[in-house]
Structures are given as structure tokens and as C-alpha cells.
Design a protein around this ligand. Structure first.
Ligand SMILES: NC(=O)c1ccc[n+]([C@@H]2O[C@H](COP(=O)([O-])OP(=O)(O)OC[C@H]3O[C@@H](n4cnc5c(N)ncnc54)[C@H](O)[C@@H]3O)[C@@H](O)[C@H]2O)c1
Length: 325
């Protein structure tokens, strides 16, 4: 297959590209490099620097490469930023997705995978969170993914688009070659590892009075390689229909547990200080991934926190300045 990967120079997209190339697929990456890194793109993938807001540029890629499927990672991705600058999300994320989908339909491309999010579930009634849970977006970011999911439903009905919406919880860890290098970095595991590398003095815990076993927020960390494998399985399943899956480890780890694990693995004391809660942070977010396990046979190979932190640590130690190293 030939697969167009938008956002394939970013953290998750680049690891999915690595997996697709290893499986022998032909891959074209479209990325504007606003967050991504040229060096993260697998050398066997074709790279096109373009912005999804530029519809003629998308049409040119679609016309030249005629992909069999599109995986759509390109997005503004920060919950907090979306509360400050909602139009980046309700505007650019939607318009970029719409441009891509319209161009696909006009070029006869009918397979699509969307990076969706756990931020659809701001007020979960049951933990672990399954696909029956009521959708309550937690921010304009979550809303932008919700709107794209709804578009997919209609494009399936009207144009026969086959799609998978994969709602990731917290992507973490690294492959042997690719890891997390966001600017600014706001994700817990890389922040903690930056302390271990001597690049930050300490890490802040946002609230330790949540109704969780140790008082800190509990999140579901899914290893990036397991996430990549889910995309490969979803791609193969598209000829059988359209699918929506929650995608996590099924286990929650608290902020304290992450820091403790990083202390053990790095041998660094990793000083931590407690700050106030951040608005809009739910106490616990853990996915039920029963549906994707049952229907697609997905099984995480790296479900425990040690493996997740260790692979991230190996990558950060080898690339202390990220892709600039
Ligand atoms: N990281 C997570 O834990 C997580 C969790 C849930 C969902 N997601 C979703 O997964 C996807 C990938 O996340 P990530 O952490 O790899 O983010 P990332 O920022 O590392 O990657 C996104 C990529 O998209 C590119 N991009 C952004 N806007 C673009 C545009 N208009 N045109 C072309 N390229 C553009 C960026 O340059 C970047 O390379 C996103 O859609 C995100 O919302 C991520």
C-alpha cells in the first residue's frame, strides 16, 4: 500500500512511519515542521513540507502520489493552549482536517485513520473508559477531535469513506530510533527525564490532593510502539468497515509512580515540588481497550511503566538535545 501520513515528522507519526516502512509499505509524509523534525522522518519515506491549511498543496500531493490510505496525525495538540487560543483548534485543526478529507474524496481515496484523544472524556462515569462513555470534550482541543470524528461518520455514510478513529490516552516511550521532542515540552515523562539529564532543576506535581491512592493524578500511558501496531491493525481492518477505539494500556499510573520509576531507572534523585492543581485535570483517566483487543487482536507488548520509562530514557540519553543531537 501507499500511505500518506500527515504529521509524520512528529512524535507519534514518525514512529508509525518507522513501523509502516518496516512492514514494507510505501510512505509519503506531509508535515509543515511547525513542531515536527525533518530528522525524525524515516529515510525511506518521501517527505513533503506542506501545510494542511494550503489546499492546493494537499491536492498536489494527492494527485502526484495517489495514496491508498491516509493517516492523519497533524494537529495542534495542547489542551492548555487550546483554552488560551481556541481558534487554533476550532479553526486550524478543523480546516486542516476538512481540506485533507475533501481532497481525499475528490481523489478517490477512501481509507483514513484519525488520531483522536482521551480529551473527549472530561467527565467519565466509569473507569476504565470504554467506547460507550458519554463524550464530553474537555477543551477546544478535544472538541476539534470530536468534530472530526463526526465528519468521518457522515463521510462514511455519504461517500463510503472507511475510517478508524483511535482515541489515544497518553502516548509515551520511544522506539530505538525515535522519541519525544516537543517544544515546549509539557509531557510528564520527558520532563522528568530532563531533570535526570540535568536540564531542569526539578519537576512540578500539579496537585497532590486528588481522590487517588497517592493523591496525584492517574493516567494511562501507552507505549508508542504499541500505538504504532494498533495503526497497522486498524489499517488492515478498514476494508471490513469503520471503527472507533479507545486506546490505552488499561492500567493507570500516578504522577508519583512515574517519578519513582524514573528515579529507579535513571539513578537520579529527580527533585519534585508540589504546585496547585491545573484547571481541567481529571483525577483519573484510564482506557478500556477491550474492544480493540477483541476485534483486532491488539495486544500491548510494553504494558508496564518500567519498559515505557526505560525506552524513553534510552532515547533521551542518546539524544540529550532531541533531534538536534
Ligand atoms: N502525544 C499524545 O499523548 C497524544 C494523545 C492523544 C492524541 N494525540 C494526537 O496524536 C497526534 C500526534 O501527536 P504528537 O504528540 O505526535 O504531536 P506532534 O506535535 O509531535 O506531531 C504533530 C505533527 O503535525 C505537524 N503539523 C501540525 N499542524 C500541521 C499543519 N497544519 N500542516 C502540516 N503539518 C502540521 C507538526 O509539525 C508535527 O510534526 C495529534 O493529532 C495529537 O492530537 C497525541
Amino acid at each position: 500500500m501507499k500511505i500518506l501520513v500527515t504529521g509524520g515528522a512528529g512524535y507519534i507519526g514518525s514512529v508509525v512511519v518507522e513501523q509502516l516502512v518496516a512492514d514494507g509499505e510505501s510512505v509519503v509524509v506531509l508535515d509543515n515542521l511547525a513542531q515536527g523534525h525533518r530528522a525524525a522522518v524515516h529515510p525511506r519515506a518521501t517527505f513533503v513540507e506542506a501545510d494542511l491549511l494550503n489546499r492546493p498543496a494537499i491536492d498536489a500531493v494527492m494527485g502526484e502520489h495517489r495514496p491508498d490510505a491516509v493517516m492523519h496525525f497533524a494537529s495542534h495538540t495542547l489542551v492548555g493552549e487550546s483554552m488560551q487560543q481556541p481558534f487554533l483548534y476550532l479553526g486550524e485543526n478543523i480546516v486542516g482536517g476538512l481540506n485533507l478529507l475533501q481532497s481525499m474524496i475528490e481523489h478517490g481515496v477512501h481509507r483514513f485513520i484519525l488520531s483522536s484523544t482521551a480529551n473527549l472524556f472530561d467527565a467519565p462515569e466509569r473507569i476504565p473508559i470504554d467506547e460507550q462513555e458519554r463524550i464530553v470534550p474537555g477543551s477546544p482541543y478535544g472538541e476539534s477531535k470530536h468534530i472530526l470524528e463526526q465528519m468521518l461518520y457522515w463521510l462514511d455514510r455519504v461517500h463510503g469513506l472507511r475510517y478508524a478513529a483511535l482515541r489515544y490516552f497518553n502516548a509515551a516511550g520511544a522506539s530505538s530510533e525515535r522519541g519525544e521532542d516537543h517544544h515546549p515540552e509539557l509531557h510528564l515523562i520527558p520532563l522528568v527525564l530532563q531533570v535526570a539529564l540535568g536540564q531542569r532543576a526539578d519537576v512540578t506535581i500539579f496537585g497532590d490532593d486528588y481522590p487517588t491512592p497517592d493523591g496525584t493524578c492517574v493516567r494511562d500511558y501507552i507505549h508508542i510502539v504499541d500505538l504504532a501496531q494498533a495503526h497497522v491493525l486498524a489499517l488492515r481492518a478498514l476494508d471490513g468497515g469503520s471503527w472507533t477505539y479507545n486506546l490505552g494500556n488499561g492500567q493507570g499510573f500516578s504522577v508519583h509512580q512515574v517519578i519513582e520509576t524514573a528515579r529507579r531507572i535513571t539513578g537520579h534523585s529527580i527533585p519534585a515540588k508540589v504546585g496547585p492543581r491545573r484547571p481541567g485535570d481529571p483525577a483519573t483517566l484510564v482506557a478500556s481497550s477491550e474492544k480493540i483487543r477483541r476485534e483486532l487482536g491488539w495486544r500491548p507488548r510494553f504494558p508496564n511503566l518500567e519498559q515505557i520509562v526505560e525506552t524513553a530514557w534510552n532515547w533521551h540519553r542518546a539524544h540529550p538535545n532531541g533531534y538536534k543531537s
